[in-house]
Design a protein around this ligand. Structure first.
Ligand code: SAM
Length: 349
């Protein structure tokens, strides 16, 4: 990372001493100015809403700027982040939703809404739901289409803190079709030290079948977490959300731990479509190969960060890597599999 020049630091300080504190995390003056403006708006708003509290907005702003200067993500300080059009509440202990995830979910919703063969009732299971952003965005996107199916959305997470926040986000988004429940996705038997095993939760539901299975599981390998994950992510976001537990399996890439389990669950609940987020193209190719080896899918493809991106002639960007179709622009972001009616739901017939 290039060093900041003393001239730039002096310039920031002269403009506003708080800008100088923000400069090292923001890296350029324009970003620091933007963040200072957002933080100031937030501090003024908080002070106005709590008139009886002793702190002025100026004191609040100073505290927030100092927190930000330690690398604390802006979303944890401001308390929200956009996920598509939804403003999702963010809190330490729960992963901040990412725009790349929203882009995959929005593309899936777009494909599903582009055909008239969806069943009247569509059941979607989101494993590792975190803030609940994925089911909430799906409900929001479907609510905007003319004749939406009767959606049943279930978000599952092992963390009580995540589920509390997901419920809060549900109320904030006025969602009616999303539910959230606690379970350990990795647990296959009758017991789990982390709470209810997933099979017990699924057994307790009215129907054993889930048409679509989505998951953005912890997928960073312990090596990449140490060597390449950004310091602010390592320091402030929950490791439970990022890195699969160690010593649970012998698979060579420990970041891949959740995917065989997710593919087993997809078979168990007879999903017709799955969408799994991954870290990059290498992991996408490994996960796609796991799916192909199962032999239970009619089609497997990889989506990049912007899966619907088109070229200058408005033709969908598409390439073939190791025999697999890779769609869109950016890095490998998700693996999509389908079977039976799922092919028609995605327009893949
Ligand atoms: C990468 S985050 C994804 C959160 C959210 N879906 C999103 O896209 O922002 C992974 C989530 O998996 C949850 N998780 C970790 N281990 C789990 C397990 N064994 N069973 C269920 N959820 C788990 C974490 O609590 C975390 O919320």
């Amino acid at each position: 990372m290039p060093r900041l020049s003393p001239r730039l630091i002096r310039h920031a300080h002269n403009a506003n001493p708080l800008l100088k504190l923000l400069l090292p995390v923001c890296r350029d003056l324009e970003s620091a100015r933007n963040e200072l403006r957002w933080l100031q708006d937030h501090a003024v708003g908080l002070a106005a809403r709590s008139r009886n509290a002793p702190q002025t907005w100026q004191t609040r702003l100073q505290v927030m700027v100092r927190q930000r200067a330690t690398g604390k993500p802006l979303q944890y300080i401001l308390g929200t982040e956009y996920f598509g059009d939804l403003e999702i509440v963010c809190r330490p202990g729960v992963l901040i939703p990412r725009q790349d995830t929203a882009a995959s979910v929005a593309h899936l919703a777009h494909l599903l809404q582009s055909n008239d063969c969806l069943p009247n009732r569509l059941r979607v299971l989101d494993l590792c739901t975190g803030s609940g952003c994925i089911p909430l965005l799906l409900e929001h996107l479907f609510s905007q289409s003319g004749d939406p199916p009767d959606l049943q959305l279930l978000g599952v997470d092992v963390s009580k803190r995540c589920l509390d926040l997901a419920e809060e986000n549900k109320a904030r988004c006025q969602a009616r079709h999303a539910e959230f429940a606690q379970a350990d996705v990795l647990a296959t038997g009758d017991v789990s030290p982390q709470g209810q095993p997933l099979p017990a939760l699924l057994k307790s539901r009215a129907s054993p079948n889930w048409d679509i299975l989505i998951s953005n599981p912890p997928y960073i390998s312990s090596h990449d977490f140490r060597k390449t994950t950004a310091r602010s992510v390592r320091k402030f976001e929950p490791k439970l959300a990022l890195v699969p537990p160690a010593g649970v399996s012998e698979i060579p890439d420990d970041g891949d731990l959740f995917y065989p389990r997710l593919l087993d669950v997809a078979d168990h609940v007879h999903s017709k479509v799955v969408l799994f987020e991954v870290a990059d193209l290498s992991q996408a190719l490994r996960v796609a190969s796991m799916a192909k080896k199962k032999g239970s899918w009619d089609g497997v493809e990889i989506w990049k960060d912007e899966p619907g991106a088109k070229d200058d002639s408005m033709v969908q960007l598409e390439q073939v890597v190791s025999g697999l179709k890779v769609l869109g622009r950016g890095n490998g972001r998700s693996v999509v599999c389908w079977r039976d009616q799922g092919a028609r739901w995605l327009g893949r017939t």
